[in-house]
Design a protein around this ligand. Sequence first.
Ligand SMILES: NC(=O)c1ccc[n+]([C@@H]2O[C@H](COP(=O)([O-])OP(=O)(O)OC[C@H]3O[C@@H](n4cnc5c(N)ncnc54)[C@H](OP(=O)(O)O)[C@@H]3O)[C@@H](O)[C@H]2O)c1
Length: 308
Amino acid sequence: MPDQQGKTALVTGANTGIGFEAAKVLAARGATVVLACRDLAKAEAAASQISAAAPRARVETLRLDLASLASVHQAAEQFHANHRCLNLLINNAGVIHPAYARTEDGFELHFGTNHLGHFAFTGLMLDRLLAVPGSRIVTVSSSGHRRGDIHLDDLALQHGYGLNAAYGQSKLANLMFTYELQRQLAAIGARTIAVAAHPGNAYTEVGRHMPGWVRVALSPRLRLLNSWLLQSAQMGALPTLRAAVDPVATGGDYYGPAGPGEFTGHPTRVKSSARSHNADLQRRLWEESERLTGVNYRLAEQTAPHTD
Ligand SMILES: NC(=O)c1ccc[n+]([C@@H]2O[C@H](COP(=O)([O-])OP(=O)(O)OC[C@H]3O[C@@H](n4cnc5c(N)ncnc54)[C@H](OP(=O)(O)O)[C@@H]3O)[C@@H](O)[C@H]2O)c1
């Protein structure tokens, strides 16, 4: 892991799970890390834990609720007030929720939180990212993207809601967003890149809204039985960290565990579904995301100060 002194990283959903582990490593390697979380008390507790493990770590907290566009705007404004540049944005936060629910702005919860919230936040942070040559945007997807499709005519899935369809749509959107963003960054000659990762299956709080039997089956207490299927949150954070810091990573790369089924293992470059590479659908998803969030990237109008 290269030294991260002098760099600023922002991790969404950094109070627990993959985000917490990634933030902890980045802080221990010298980065200033902003924990962007919807619950400030949880964020402060996580910051204290990171500081206890690495007393010289520079850790800040920022309130960000991705299920609220108002909160997304407030968080971006607050970051702008305190920071002139951002080296690394890790779009990690995510929700899996079996029951149908909506965000504050009326979007289906998975699509609104996992995709639209991050789409809007990234767009609002772009000037700070473009200000740094070599900056990166890492978005955390899931193998579950393979079970999803983008239903542009029914993004709220009112005509066929299911957990796999909803979570899968949001995680497919995470990848399509990354690929389209990378294409647009390359088109303006930016030296900011967009990359993606997935953690495999990791012991985190991700199943907190799932039925009790699922939580038991995925419990670390069954580690000996589950070791082929599940890995620690620390291991699950490695694909994200590799996407974030590997010097040879290039725009559009996707990292995940190297083991069978990409369930567990050390991070390697992996392939996403054929559907995720549908450039026409990527572009239409992008346009719809701009319309729904009201955040227009206008990348062609951005000055790209770091073109060669
Ligand atoms: N663990 C796995 O096996 C697995 C597999 C595939 C993909 N992933 C992906 O990995 C990422 C991290 O998940 P995890 O496993 O670390 O789950 P986790 O332990 O449940 O952590 C999720 C994080 O997202 C935050 N979050 C949820 N809704 C939010 C919102 N509206 N605004 C801001 N933050 C919000 C949570 O905050 P609160 O604590 O306040 O709720 C928490 O910090 C997710 O994108 C998930 O889809 C995980």
